[in-house]
Design a protein around this ligand. Structure first.
Ligand code: ZN
Length: 144
């Protein structure tokens, strides 16, 4: 007589969203970064493929070619932006594993939590980001 053990379906792994545990916070960032990474990888790949297809089209009249080169440029921009964001996401994942995630790459100060929530892949605190944008310091990631 086989009675199915029916009492083992209580969810044992109820991961508590406890703000006291820094690890669960990091895990959430990791999940978001991995999600972002796969989306970016997909879109960069798609962009590259589309770019290749359009290069193959060389039997166009002049007007079409103008439109095409414009589209190609757009795709190129999207592709490079996607690729550089992808580099930031990868860097953030590396830093998660190094234990340096959340520290500004330039000054070493903690990046604000709200900033990380909004941009988990950012390697800089808001002050350094502003200095980069105004050219006061060099963007270490893009320079690399
Ligand atoms: Zn900083």
């Amino acid at each position: 007589m086989s009675i199915k053990a029916d009492d083992d379906h209580n969810p044992r792994s109820h991961h508590s969203v406890n703000s006291q545990s820094p690890n669960s916070k990091l895990r959430r960032f990791e999940e978001r970064l991995r999600h972002q990474q796969s989306q970016l990888e997909h879109s960069v790949l798609t962009t590259v493929k589309q770019g290749r297809q359009e290069v193959a089209e060389d039997t166009l009249d002049v007007a079409d070619q103008a439109v095409f080169s414009y589209q190609k440029e757009m795709l190129f921009t999207q592709g490079t932006e996607g690729a550089s964001q992808l580099a930031l996401v990868r860097l953030a994942l590396e830093r998660l594993h190094d234990g340096t995630f959340g520290e500004c790459l330039h000054c070493g100060q903690p990046i604000g939590e709200k900033r990380l929530e909004a941009l988990p892949w950012t390697p800089y605190c808001i002050e350094c980001q502003e200095k980069i944008e105004t050219g006061q310091i060099e963007d270490m990631v893009r320079a690399a």
